[in-house]
Write a protein that binds this ligand. Sequence first.
Ligand SMILES: [Zn+2]
Length: 244
Amino acid sequence: MFAWWRARRRNRIRERPIPATWRPLLQAEAPFFRELSADRQAQLLSDLAVFLDEHGIVAAGGLELTEEIRVLVGASAVRLTLGLDLDHYQRLTEVVVYPYEVILDADHERELLGVAHRHGTVVLSWPAVQRGLRRPHDGHDTAVHEFAHALDLADGSFDGAPALRASDHYRSWAHVLGEHFARLQQGDPALLAVLRPYGGTEPPEMFAVATEAFFERPAALRRKAPELYAELQRFYGQDPAATR
Ligand SMILES: [Zn+2]
């Protein structure tokens, strides 16, 4: 879609009233929403309307698509881009939500809670999404994890580096993420106190797991891994540790 057309359409969506059910639903079911400032809450609702207009959310495997699923899954996505342009999700075509506890990967070898496919589809376990929302500070949130992968894919490559704001940011990103990846692989206890060990399996997992910690345990991440926190803060344009 042409940029000017997309901008026009987005403006029209943002001018419409937000459905009255969305805010109470998020207040009740998404503890992270309650912790946002009033301005950020308003922005999230507006971004959510745009996101749901531009990306299909589909229920599969016998799950009935409800407004709750659309709103909570969509909110989990736009929470990451509150300090970024929604264009970072342009390659995301569809979000498929299953009722199953686990999802098999493409090779049917691993049981996962979610999958981000290179062709632009994110697949999520609805029970895992709900668990992630209900435990907002355990550093584990499947939807946040998979949407971080979608941001990683936004520049066309799945390598643990999303589309950074400036070309001269890549060098320190690679250095800091690479160093922390190696330390996590080696089982550094300081990092394991705040990052899931899964982040040490592959560089894209490092970025996704660090993103989970950034949003769910920001103060601990800033304390244990200040350089990593700073890289994520610069990319996401958010400083979640400052509000806790
Ligand atoms: Zn992953």
